[in-house]
Design a protein around this ligand. Sequence first.
Ligand SMILES: [Zn+2]
Ligand SMILES: [Zn+2]
Length: 213
Amino acid sequence: MNYAKPHNSLRCPCCGEVRGPAEHQAFLKQVAKEVPEKTYITRRGILLGNVYWCDARKGLVDWACDECLQNGRALSAQPVKQLFCDIAPHFAYFDKAGVCRECGVAFTFSKGEQQHWYEHLRFWVQAEKVRCEACQQHKKRRDHFSQLMAANDYSNQEAVQEIIAYYLEEKEFNKAKQFLAAGKRNCGEGSSNFAVLDGLLTTVRQLQDSAQE
Ligand SMILES: [Zn+2]
Ligand SMILES: [Zn+2]
């Protein structure tokens, strides 16, 4: 069985240089360890290489050449700590440029952050960062807010305060007022929560007035 010579080089996705087998030893060792027996063989019996190596040829794998790993431009990854099945694991991490899906601002998905995502938080390996830091934080807040709203619990004063704070931050005065009015109907006059909600409603009205002045 012969190695197909023309396929022996790979373009490093980190530095963009074409690297021969002697220059991607670390990657070769990693793929051999991950899938030692899975190889692509052509009908003529030519061994093209390990499946992940072949995926790397198609640009489907994050790996890095020995030089990038040595000079610290890339960080060596540990597939054993990642969640992957049909898609190849990450063999190396390197900074990636992205554009925020929500605000269009350019951001960097850093190598350290990627390692944290895939090896500590154990996100699926195909998960990609799509938002900048600010929009990510905003989304977290929005998700938390949606959870609070879904709970629809007017007796939880902390949750009510948080919901109102969110509305005020978003300058959604009318929604805040609707929410509090619904809460008052829900709790019934005379209850202690009714008084709290009524107090908040007054505050919201005042804030709305001063915002419009
Ligand atoms: Zn490289
Ligand atoms: Zn953004």
